[in-house]
Design a protein around this ligand. Structure first.
Ligand code: G6P
Length: 612
């Protein structure tokens, strides 16, 4: 949700900023802008509505913006429609400061009124502009830009990652953070800020994650960081383990397709280090036996696809652990009165580790005494840092807005966690434990064979891409899987789709089934295969065309019933959704492709949602 990149060093800033923005565009793509500052020319800014390419074209037609210190921003609009004026960077009235912002300034109306009274003229409808205007106003009344920054931060309410340029310090970049991600990059004679590492990985892998309340002052010579009381602090450095190729398309037409194809490798990286001689091992977990025995209830809290992982997890974990598991949407959980206490284990699932609702839910659960264990992909992200324990999915950077490999790795890790806890609590059935761990080791290989059938999904997509409504049905794990299949389809193809527990059909939804309605029936969960067949027969009797997904061993039986049958290799039922999700991802992908959709950047969406 909005991407920020900043550079100060010896090179021309604009090309570095534009390349950084290209990698951040998945965070928001309704407008983009850059600002550079130089002693000779002061602040120079170009920004416009539209994709980054529009800005690139605009810049190419102009004399170059010269300067070695600058900021770039790609926007996902919250306050004020996407247009040229509302784009970032925002410049103060007299052109002394420029600001890029990610987050929401909640008290911007009050600040704006104050400044309007003082005669400040505003240009945009954004909450972000108040930061630039207030900074200039404050700076005019105090000696030093840092004094002004601290005074302004003191007045801001809400969430922000800020990049600040000031004409009086043309070789300096200032950054501040509260409840929105921002990291610092240490280069050789150059320094960076970025919303995430993908934006600067081409230049440095040496980073530090800013914490709430911190302010950083960057020059070519290095970075100084201060806490909220302006005391200097030493930051812990982290080495980014992947390189620039992981954040590039590498010959694929879309990031989404590349990331779907990367799933076997991502799963291998996530599973293998935690599977030793048939035992699940989580060296990174600090849970004691006493902690484990104390828990009498488990919550899974997340948003979007991560929430769908939780929906699958509920079935597996309740069965493994014989403990109630509640799956909660983070945006609901944070404003409810959950019964969390010190006997609750709260699992927060998030690819980005920055989703604001999930972070707020985490804090709520923590304040109620819950033990927070997070499953996160982005190392050093806010959710990871604020958890009692973190399990990282080693999926690598995920760029496409619609998640695929992050979902798969989260799912595998959650199942492993459930089984691991059951084992430690003495509740695991040893035959089942052995069967699941054996299948876990085979999962990447089996997934590879699912990917090898991509042509079959493409063919089906060519038959159904022009539908305007699709139903997904399934029971138990297949119901939870359908939620993700349906979300994938609607996110990227804009086809209206619904996912139903198959047994619920007769309580209403079946009235929507008519001649030619497309129903995607999920029947990979062996124990309820016959029930799934009954539901398929019911919808077919009302004219539906049924694309069924089952396992290889049940394929023959399904082929006699469904209009089209797809199958994935058999595995342990607890892991079957890990294979089942892939045809659904590819079906959605190929349908979106046929419809000419912007697959990696679907309209109105953003990958990392750092606003409410
Ligand atoms: C956005 C993304 C989804 C993602 C959800 C939760 O809506 O488009 O793909 O599932 O956020 O994100 P998280 O990073 O917390 O998993």
């Amino acid at each position: 949700m909005c991407g920020i990149v900043g550079y100060t060093g010896k090179q021309a800033a604009v090309p570095i900023l534009l390349n950084g923005l290209e990698r951040l565009e998945y965070r928001g793509y309704d407008s983009a802008g850059v600002a550079v500052v130089s002693p000779e020319k002061g602040l120079q800014i170009e920004k416009c509505k539209g994709r980054l390419q529009v800005l690139r074209d605009k810049l190419a037609a102009l004399p170059p913006l010269t300067g070695s210190t600058g900021l770039g921003h790609t926007r996902w609009a919250t306050h004020g429609e996407p247009n040229d004026v509302n784009s970032h960077p925002h410049v103060s009235q007299n052109g002394q400061v420029a600001v890029v912002h990610n987050g929401i300034i909640e008290n911007y109306v009050e600040i704006k009124e104050f400044l309007l009274h003082k005669g400040v003229a505003f240009r945009s409808d954004t909450d972000s502009e108040v930061v630039a205007q207030l900074l200039e106003y404050t700076f005019n009344n105090c000696a030093d830009i840092m004094d002004a920054v601290y005074q302004v931060l003191d007045r801001l309410e809400g969430a922000y990652a800020l990049g600040i340029l000031c004409v009086d310090a043309p070789d300096t970049l200032i950054a501040a953070r509260k409840d929105a991600p921002l990291l610092l990059g240490y280069g050789d004679g150059e320094s960076f800020i970025a919303s995430d590492a993908t934006a600067i990985i081409a230049h440095t892998r040496d980073v530090a994650y800013m914490e709430d309340g911190e302010v950083a002052v960057l020059t070519a010579d290095g970075i100084r960081v201060y806490d909220e009381y302006r005391r200097p602090i030493e930051k812990e450095h982290h080495l980014i383990e992947w390189d620039v190729s992981a954040a590039e398309k590498g010959g694929y037409a879309h990031f989404m397709f590349k990331e779907i194809m990367e799933q076997p490798e991502a799963l291998r990286r996530t599973i293998s280090p935690r599977l030793r001689d048939g035992e699940i091992v989580f060296d990174e977990l600090s849970l004691t036996d006493e902690d484990l025995r104390r828990f009498d209830r488990l919550y899974i809290v997340a948003c979007g696809s991560s929430y769908h992982v939780g929906m699958v997890g509920k079935y597996d974990l309740e069965r493994f652990l014989r403990m109630p598991v509640e799956v909660c949407l983070a945006s609901e959980f944070r404003y409810s009165e959950p019964l969390v206490d010190d006997r609750s284990l709260v699992i927060v699932i998030s690819q980005s580790g920055e989703t604001l609702d999930s972070l707020a839910a985490l804090r709520k659960a923590k304040s109620l005494g819950g033990y927070i264990l997070s499953i996160v992909n982005v190392v050093g992200s806010s959710i990871a840092r604020e958890s009692d324990s973190v399990l990282y999915t080693w999926a690598g950077p995920e760029i496409a807005v619609a998640t695929t490999k992050a979902y798969s790795t989260q799912l595998a890790l959650l199942t492993m966690l459930g089984l691991y806890m059951a084992r430690r609590l003495g509740r695991a059935d040893s035959a089942e434990y052995a069967a699941v761990t054996a299948e876990l080791a085979l999962l990447p290989e089996k997934l590879q064979t699912v990917l090898a059938s991509a042509d079959a999904y493409q063919y089906l997509a060519s038959l159904y891409f022009n539908r305007d409504c699709v139903f997904f049905i399934g029971r138990n794990l297949d119901y939870a899987l359908g939620l993700e299949g349906s979300l994938k389809l609607k996110e990227i193809s804009y086809i209206h789709s619904e996912s139903y527990a198959a047994g619920e059909l007769k309580h209403g939804t079946i009235s929507l089934i008519e001649q030619g309605t497309l129903v995607v029936a999920l029947a990979t969960y062996g124990p309820l295969f016959d029930k799934a067949v009954s539901n398929i027969v019911e919808v077919k009797a009302r004219g539906a065309e049924v694309v069924a997904l089952t396992t290889d061993s049940l394929r023959d039986r399904m082929e006699k019933i469904a209009t089209h049958t797809l199958s994935v290799p058999d595995t342990h039922p607890a892991l079957q959704p890990n294979l089942g999700v892939v045809p659904l991802q590819l079906f959605a992908y190929y349908i979106a492709l046929q419809r000419g959709c912007d697959i990696d950047k679907p309209k109105n969406l953003a990958k990392s949602v750092t606003v409410e």
